[in-house]
Design a protein around this ligand. Structure first.
Ligand code: ADP
Length: 485
């Protein structure tokens, strides 16, 4: 008989054909991967018992041709333990405990409740049935994870090759006798292990630095729990996580470095922009003086040159102002306070009243929440988004802007939707960067800093910002604001 078939057959012993059919039907629908095989006589039962070609045996307590107590004894004596479920007609409780004492997995009544429980019980019986010892120990031996058993003093009594390797000893035999608590390089974790051994804990799951005999620095994830099979002892796994720990430490270092250089850069940009303002205003003043001089005003070429200098220095002034404004999001924010977003949107609309009126824009909005936020920055955020929706409107239709808010588990999510010119797919990430514009100053005025500021404001409020768009039809800017500020 093949091993595959062994694991997929359930023997059903019942002399009553109605009961047998009912049980077979329920088992077939509850355990479709198993073959249900009725056994009607002692001879075929002996053959199955000899071949051991089944995973579970279900038997009626009153079989005319077999004594169940003997059957239980034969199954218990075998070196491949197979679970048995007894289906019992009305009887006294003492017979139930007798069967259980003799190793039956469970005893179910032969009534509708009993039959309905049968598939679930059968499945539990088979999953608990220990695999043949040889096969399971080979499997454990080959596992890439360390597997250990520990006695109540915390001494390792069993280890596989994976555990030996993690612990830094030559073989599983060398791991035996090592005291687990001594291998852990942290007092609080040693204490937790000790509590587990003393029975004050249901199990531990911790990342530990190991003390290895070779002095190497290894990290392991150690999970230990009380053994079900041998009360008072413990089973556990030991997983080498040194590579993961190394990567984690390196990532944390890089993140800290990045954070540091980022804030240094921001500070640098702020200081430089600030310092550039003075020489720039000097250039502007002299350029204005120059272009005002009669000799220059009379000479067309000189006049053009002076105007170029003036125009360029004004553009540079705008950029410097934009950088300073951008740096102020982090440094110049005010503390978070209860902020009524309805009121903020209204204030943004008031500030944009002239263009709303001239473009005959319609602004529709949901009920907006009151949240903890920097009110001034929320105003700036709405003003930039609604301002862009008005600025990048489609030439042939009046702007229609819809503002909505939905509550989510961690955040509030807002949408500012317009029916403007839209944004090409490949530009949708780029536009949130500094000075990123998709149009010239002649087409649409601007510095390309508005969305970078929006992103910075949203980030300060624990959220994210992104855009969806159908070019030619409109764009929807989404942003989230954390509920836990
Ligand atoms: P600015 O408005 O000064 O150009 P922003 O950072 O606010 O700078 O926007 C960057 C670019 O993103 C804009 O130049 C424009 O091309 C695009 N954009 C922003 N909002 C919209 C919108 N609602 N519809 C279409 N394009 C937009």
């Amino acid at each position: 008989m093949s091993g595959d078939r062994d694991a997929r057959r359930i023997l059903l012993l019942d002399a009553n054909s109605n009961d047998r059919h009912l049980a077979a039907r329920l088992l077939a629908s509850g355990l479709p991967d198993y073959a249900i095989e009725p056994v009607a006589d002692a001879e075929s039962l002996s053959r199955h018992l000899a071949d051991r070609d089944f995973a579970l045996l279900i038997t009626d307590s009153r079989l005319p041709w077999m004594d169940n107590r003997r059957l239980l004894q034969r199954l218990a004596e075998s070196d491949v333990p197979t679970p048995i479920i007894i289906m019992m007609g009305p009887t006294d409780d003492s017979a139930v405990s007798d069967y259980l004492d003799r190793g039956a997995f469970c005893v179910l009544p032969k009534d509708s409740a009993g039959y309905l429980q049968l598939p679930a019980m059968a499945s539990r019986a088979m999953s608990r049935a220990p695999a043949p010892e040889a096969a399971s120990s080979q499997l454990v031996e080959r596992l890439p994870v360390g597997v250990i058993s520990v006695d109540r003093e915390g001494r390792i009594t069993r280890a596989n090759a994976g555990a030996a390797q993690t612990l830094g000893v030559a073989s599983p035999e060398d791991a035996r006798g090592l005291v687990l608590v001594d291998l852990v390089d942290s007092h609080p974790l040693q204490r937790r292990l000790q509590l587990l051994l003393e029975g004050d804990n249901d199990g531990v799951d911790m990342e530990v630095k190991l003390r290895r005999p070779d002095g190497e620095n290894w990290w392991a994830r150690l999970r230990i729990w009380p053994s079900e099979e041998a009360p008072g002892t413990f089973d556990g796994t030991l997983e080498n996580i040194s590579d993961y720990k190394k990567t984690e430490t390196e990532l944390a270092r890089q993140a800290a470095e990045l954070g540091r250089s980022n804030s240094e850069l921001e500070q640098f940009a702020y200081v430089v922009s600030h310092d550039l303002q003075e020489p720039l205003s000097l250039i502007q003043r002299y350029a204005e003086l120059l272009s005002g001089q009669k000799a220059v005003a009379r000479h067309a070429e000189s006049r053009k040159q002076a105007e170029h200098v003036l125009g360029s220095s004004r553009r540079m002034q705008n950029m410097i102002d934009a950088i300073l404004e951008y740096s102020r999001v982090e440094t110049g924010g005010t503390p978070f306070e209860n902020t009524d977003f309805e009121e903020v949107l209204k204030a943004a609309e008031d500030n944009l009243a002239a263009v709303i009126e001239s473009s005959r824009a319609e602004i529709i909005h949901d009920n907006l929440p009151t949240l903890s936020a920097d009110r001034g920055q929320m105003l700036q955020l709405f003003q930039n988004l609604v301002g862009n929706a008005l600025k990048f409107r489609a030439p042939k239709r009046a702007p229609r802007i819809i503002v909505t808010a939905t509550e989510q588990r961690e955040h509030w999510r807002f949408k500012v939707q317009d029916n403007g010119i839209g944004i090409a797919p490949d530009a949708r990430d780029r536009i949130f960067g500094m000075f990123q514009r998709l149009h010239t100053g002649e087409e649409f005025p601007g510095t390309g800093i508005g969305l970078a500021i929006c992103r910075s404001i949203v980030k300060r409020h624990g959220g994210q910002i992104w855009v969806d768009s159908v070019p030619g039809e409109g764009s929807t800017f989404h942003f989230t604001i954390s509920r836990k500020l």
